[in-house]
Design a protein around this ligand. Structure first.
Ligand SMILES: Cc1cc2nc3c(=O)[nH]c(=O)nc-3n(C[C@H](O)[C@H](O)[C@H](O)COP(=O)(O)OP(=O)(O)OC[C@H]3O[C@@H](n4cnc5c(N)ncnc54)[C@H](O)[C@@H]3O)c2cc1C
Length: 477
């Protein structure tokens, strides 16, 4: 176990134990330091970052991200966190999104000079992937999405996005080749399973609200390096980090939590923030706690949705573009991870909503993926990867199914969401909590900020990206 402890702030600073050092726990810890509290961040792994981190591949010694993580310009809280910890400079912003259906034909989607929400008009007009009729259909549904506004989106939260699209008279082909291509990556479920509220939010806030909101951010360093300053920040700020330590339970006496139970004793705290995924939290709470807090009574209502990530290395460059969205194929996203010193190229493939891939063998997966890469990147034809590393994340995210919002708990008891009473010094964070976002890094940071605010009365979630005047005038707010 690594125990990193900062200078004592004195008896006045409140001790808050945070369980889980993913983005939700990190975000909570950073805001607690700013509120002059004494956070004690407990993380089972030897490193911070949770699902959005990197690992050293024991087969080769290379540091690899567990999966490519993409943020968007509308991720205002994640950007805020990166700023607070001083790593925003390691995010490279991409204004062009490249699309292909194979055969080397690439379309570029990019905001033009027109204002939001019509900023994609010119590049959509030029896209060869879609016929004129397809584009008319897309425009018709986009118009409906704008006019719905956020109130209308709320009304759709118990139905699927597929139902919404069919109501907007979208053909099966355009659903598969346009809407699903975006939504399966953004929400990690396909259009026929995802709650329409989540998908509508992606288009309203991620594509239509503002010309900047769709811009893709990619880390230029391994994800793990983004969290290195966090350790310093917490320790210098007077907090503690316990790495390689698992919470076995949360101590509960009377109507309050009193700390976190570790293998070698109790970490006492005035408040506890759980920044664990729902299934992990479920494992460490007692039945008495569950009975005392309605937020803890629906943890078994969540389901997971898997993601497949594949790192491939070719012994020569095969891809110039930074990334590529691939339609009409199994692979969904291709990322160019750069040329290594020996001249080989590292690519990363992501397949979201990947249930049917989880039981496939490595040989089968490699064969299918390499077939698609040959289709998408003509310069790779005839080449086989020299190394392949497949990562199956069965529990990648919670499944954003219709109606799931009703089970997502609030940070604090007795505020919004499910928490009508409960354990008053237990706060909940994690991408699955009631933050109004699908399972994303942004959702995790929002939840951490909300939990820190609930514990201290300070800070809180930062504002959404502003809605452009024309978009607002047309009904999007
Ligand atoms: C393959 C994949 C691809 C993704 N792609 C994207 C993307 O492109 N863009 C995006 O925005 N999001 C993406 N996500 C989602 C994103 O990674 C998560 O939403 C986010 O990282 C969740 O953060 P969290 O802090 O809520 O949870 P986690 O990251 O799961 O953190 C929870 C932490 O708790 C620790 N823990 C568990 N049990 C205990 C215990 N008993 N005691 C102490 N610690 C414990 C875990 O080790 C972990 O570090 C992806 C996720 C995956 C898996």
């Amino acid at each position: 176990m690594a125990h990193l402890e900062g200078e004592e702030r004195g008896a006045v600073s409140k001790r808050v134990a945070i369980i889980g050092g993913g983005l939700a726990g990190i975000a909570a810890a950073v805001r607690l330091i700013e509120a002059d509290c004494h956070p004690i961040l407990i993380e089972t792994s030897k490193r911070l970052g949770g699902r959005a981190t990197s690992f050293v591949d024991p087969r080769t010694g290379e540091m690899l991200d567990n999966c490519q993580h993409v943020l968007m310009g509308c991720c205002t809280n994640l950007i805020d966190l990166y700023e607070r910890i001083g790593v925003l400079e390691f995010i490279k912003w991409h204004r062009s999104v490249y699309w292909t259906s194979g055969r080397g034909e690439i379309d570029e989607m990019k905001a033009g000079w027109l204002p939001a929400p019509i900023h994609f008009t010119n590049s959509m007009r030029r896209m060869r992937l879609y016929s004129l009729g397809d584009k008319r259909q897309i425009a018709r549904a986009m118009w409906r999405i704008i006019r719905l506004g956020s109130k209308g989106r709320f009304a759709w939260r118990d139905r699927t996005f597929g139902e919404f699209l069919r109501e907007c008279r979208q053909s099966d082909s355009i659903i598969r080749r346009f809407w699903n291509a975006i939504i399966v990556s953004a929400c990690n479920l396909d259009v026929d399973r995802v709650g329409a509220g989540f998908a509508l939010q992606v288009f309203q806030e991620g594509f239509l609200a503002n010309k900047w909101s769709y811009t893709m951010g990619l880390a230029t360093v391994p994800l793990r390096e983004l969290y290195e300053p966090v350790v310093q920040l917490i320790v210098k700020g007077g907090g503690e980090i316990l790495l390689g330590e698992s919470a076995r339970g949360i101590a509960y006496e009377g109507s309050k939590v009193t700390g976190v139970v570790l293998a070698d004793g109790l970490v006492e705290a005035a408040d506890v923030i759980s920044a664990l995924p729902f299934d992990r939290l479920d494992k460490i709470i007692s039945d008495t706690m569950r009975k005392a807090d309605t937020r803890l009574q629906t943890l078994d209502r969540f389901k997971h949705s898997p993601i497949l990530g594949v790192h491939l290395f070719f012994d020569q460059p095969v891809m110039d573009l930074p990334h590529l969205t691939v339609v009409d194929h199994d692979i969904q996203w291709l990322f160019n991870k750069g040329i290594l010193e020996d001249g080989s190229q590292h690519l990363h493939i992501v397949i979201s909503g990947a249930d049917e891939w989880m039981d496939r063998s490595e040989e089968d997966i490699t064969e299918r993926i390499v077939f698609d890469i040959h289709q998408a990147l003509p310069s790779s034809v005839g080449l086989e990867p020299v190394r392949v590393r497949i990562i199956k994340e069965k529990r990648a995210t919670f499944a954003p199914l219709p109606g799931v919002d009703q089970f997502r708990p609030a940070a604090a008891p007795g505020t919004v969401g499910l928490g009508g009473g409960g354990i008053r010094n237990l706060f909940l964070a994690g991408d699955w909590c009631d933050v109004g976002w699908p399972a994303t890094m942004e959702g995790a940071v929002r939840s951490g900020y909300a939990a820190a605010e609930a514990a201290t009365g300070e800070g809180g979630i930062v504002e959404n990206i502003p809605v452009a005047p024309l978009a607002r005038l047309l009904g999007l707010r």
